[in-house]
Design a protein around this ligand. Structure first.
Ligand code: PLP
Ligand code: COI
Length: 337
């Protein structure tokens, strides 16, 4: 293992020692297998390659001050992968098998879980793909589930420093009755051009509006959106956004901190009245936002240059649970030994 500069890791692929695989054949899931190859060998007519029959997940493991490694809310990721599987007709992986695979992937690569002091974490990427050959448009009969891991730092290079978002009204990532609520590759393919444009213009992500009316906020690139106003945590309710496990956790923590939580349609004009706004997700954690530019309307919304009080409290509380600095009273973490 090469020397890793834990404190300055970015978010990107990095080889670790092992990955876990499980095959679905003849209507049943096989045993978990440990592999040290970074490659998979699949049929050229696999449905994942032609018709986008693939879904993935993202979760993290954290090394605490006590040296213990905790995985955050993996049962929720198991359920979301099952929901994605339903959404695009893939074989569903049972929760128990999913959790065993995650624990094994972390245990086999335990030396890659960054030290507590670095503030970095181990990103876990489960992937489910249709591997069976089909040339007519239909679901595969065979599937492969893979879990790989890599140590990571912040997704947005600024970390917990406010960044800028852009609204690009001529791009959508998902349709109103489409696949936006599933974590399937097609949504990410659909977001590449807008994402590239945003990055090229210096923004960290695109803030998507609802595709039907362009009236309400959906989500920001690979993260959910939240705003805070009058002691209230406000986050969009939409059929075309991914139900973020981080956002779900923050809603619980916001209530614990004494905020009111509102999950509802959020008209874009409400950005005017928000005191703090942020993006949240496994990779993004909480990324505070200092400016949102509505490019087609040439209109901007400005927020603090430093993270706001509530965003900071929420960030600290979430991290404290993840790193084991605070008691895990919601039972969100699983210790891997
Ligand atoms: N929205 C999208 C489109 C995402 O890709 C992600 C990342 O997983 C999120 C939201 C945040 O979800 P979570 O907090 O479960 O990571
Ligand atoms: C995550 O937060 O886990 C994501 O999946 C974000 C992105 C890397 C797709």
């Amino acid at each position: 293992m090469e020397n890793i500069d834990w404190a300055h890791l970015g978010f990107g692929y990095r080889k670790t020692d092992y990955n876990i695989r499980c095959y679905y054949r003849d209507g049943a899931w096989g045993e978990l297998e440990i592999s040290s190859s970074e490659f998979i060998n699949i049929h050229m007519a696999a449905t994942a390659l032609h018709y986008g029959q693939e879904a993935f997940e993202g979760l993290k493991a954290f090394r605490g001050r006590d040296g213990k490694v905790r995985v955050f809310r993996m049962e929720e990721n198991a359920k979301r992968l099952q929901s994605s599987s339903d959404g695009i007709m893939m074989a569903k992986l049972p929760t128990e098998k999913f959790e065993k695979a995650i624990e094994l992937a972390v245990r086999m690569n335990i030396k890659y879980v960054p030290p507590y002091e670095s503030g970095a974490s181990l990103y876990i990427r489960p992937l489910l793909i249709g591997t069976g050959p089909e040339v007519g448009v239909k679901p595969a009969k065979e599937y492969l589930f893979v879990v790989f891991v890599m140590p990571v730092g912040p997704y947005f290079p600024q970390g917990f420093k406010p960044t800028d978002l852009v609204i690009l009204r001529h791009f959508d990532r998902a349709a109103p009755y489409g696949t936006g609520k599933y974590k399937v590759g097609g949504n990410y393919a659909a977001s590449l051009t807008a994402g590239h444009k945003a990055h090229a213009e210096g923004y960290s992500a695109v803030l998507y509006l609802d595709a039907r009316e362009k009236k309400y906020i959906d989500e920001c690139g690979p993260a959910n959106f939240f705003g805070i106003r009058d002691n209230t945590y406000i986050t969009p309710k939409s059929e075309s956004i991914l139900p973020s496990i981080t956002n779900n956790s923050l809603m619980t923590l916001a209530e614990e901190l004494g905020l009111i939580v509102e999950r509802r349609k959020v008209p874009v004009e409400e950005l005017e009245t928000m005191e703090e706004v942020g993006a949240c997700g496994t990779a993004a954690v909480i990324s505070p936002i200092k400016r949102i530019y509505d490019a087609d309307l040439d209109k901007e919304y400005l927020y603090g240059q430093e993270p706001g009080m509530w965003s900071t409290k929420l960030y600290n509380k979430l991290r404290a649970i993840q790193y084991g600095d605070e008691p895990d009273k919601y039972g969100w973490t699983t210790i891997v030994e």
